[in-house]
Design a protein around this ligand. Structure first.
Ligand code: PLP
Length: 332
């Protein structure tokens, strides 16, 4: 695989750290747990969308865009980071906010919503859950064109093949860091939402024949449709990156038992995971994504999914700005 021929902006200086978590590993009495600190990526309180935006914004700039249009839930990290990248590139940004949980939109809410206002989103348009978001964004693009603008639409989560290349690059970064440090990883655990992160990591691992197992913890969808979505997206990203090998069904593993009652709705295991990471390692997780993903990691440790003598990498995809809008979920 070779990403060098694909245009890319850079929003992070160097690599994000891989840290060993001795206190958490000991508390769980399981394998050695390490963490990839993608919560420390660049842009406004970075997270996984920063990596995808390096490729997506380069494409938007190449196409002469002046207005970025994207969509997410009402507390979307993706919307915050897309807006932040647009600010950095001198572009305008308009957001279509999906109220996935009825009554969840509040114009005065804290967390990411506060940051949409502070970073200067041009439009924040709330719509009911289940709305056709692609059509909604196309309508916003049409409005922008009628104002003489050149819009560029970024899909929810930045999860198309181009965006997923951000996590192909991350897989290659992880392999390079492991080569430097001598860390031999057995398993990687990450969130699986709109899918670009999971798909990009799988594409990068398979394309580099890394021989490292990977599990995606779903935060919304059921196992079968999510696995199909991830495999399709991973193959599309592999093709863009010039890989010679297809991602097969056995390369894609999704666990959906940690979603609980639904996207962004709390579970006891999520709250416990957030508190455990905070109180053993001082690391902040969020209730929507990384808290449930960590609950999945902890659940897998407890069920004996990993050898005691193995090395597991938890990918921290960010999201901590949202905790300020979820006091009860975080404190339990
Ligand atoms: C978007 C997001 C995810 C999910 O990543 P996808 O690429 O959409 O699957 C995980 N964690 C955080 C903090 C996110 O904002």
């Amino acid at each position: 695989m070779n990403l060098t021929h694909i245009a890319r902006r850079r929003y992070t200086e160097g690599q994000t750290p891989i840290e060993f978590l001795p206190n958490l590993s000991e508390a769980l009495n399981g394998p050695r747990i390490h963490i990839k600190r993608d919560d420390l990526l660049g842009l406004t309180s970075g997270g996984n969308k920063t990596r995808k935006l390096e490729f997506l914004m380069a494409d938007a700039l190449a196409k002469g865009a002046d207005t970025i249009i994207t969509t997410g839930a009402v507390q979307s990290n993706h919307c915050r980071l897309t807006l932040s990248a647009a600010v950095k590139e001198g572009l305008k940004c308009r957001l279509l906010l999906e109220e996935r949980v009825e009554g969840s939109y509040n114009v005065d809410a804290s967390g990411n919503n506060l940051l949409y206002h502070l970073l200067g989103a041009e439009t924040m348009r709330p719509v009911a859950g289940g709305t056709d978001l692609a059509a909604g964004m196309e309508q916003m693009a049409e409005e922008a064109r009628s104002e003489g603008r050149t819009p560029y639409i970024i899909p929810g989560g930045g999860s198309n093949a181009l965006g997923a290349l951000g996590y192909v690059a991350c897989a290659e970064e992880i392999l390079a860091q492991c080569f430097e440090s001598g860390l031999e990883l057995d398993h990687i655990v990450s969130s699986s939402g709109s899918g670009g992160t999971h798909a990009g990591l799988v594409a990068g691992l398979v394309g580099n024949q890394a021989g490292i197992a990977m599990t995606g913890i779903s935060v919304r969808a059921e196992k079968a449709p999510q696995e199909e979505k991830i495999r399709n997206l991973a193959n599309a990203a592999s093709e863009l990156a010039g890989a010679r090998q297809d991602v097969s069904a056995s390369d894609v593993v999704v666990r959906d038992e940690f979603v609980g009652p639904g996207y962004s709705l709390p579970t006891t295991e999520m709250t416990e995971a957030i508190q455990l990471f905070a109180r053993t390692e001082g690391i902040l997780l969020d209730p929507v994504y990384t808290g449930k993903t960590a609950a999945g990691l902890i659940g897998m440790v407890k069920e004996g999914a990993f050898d005691a003598d193995s090395d597991v990498l938890f990918v921290h995809t960010g999201g901590s700005p949202a905790i300020y809008a979820y006091r009860d979920e975080v404190l339990g």
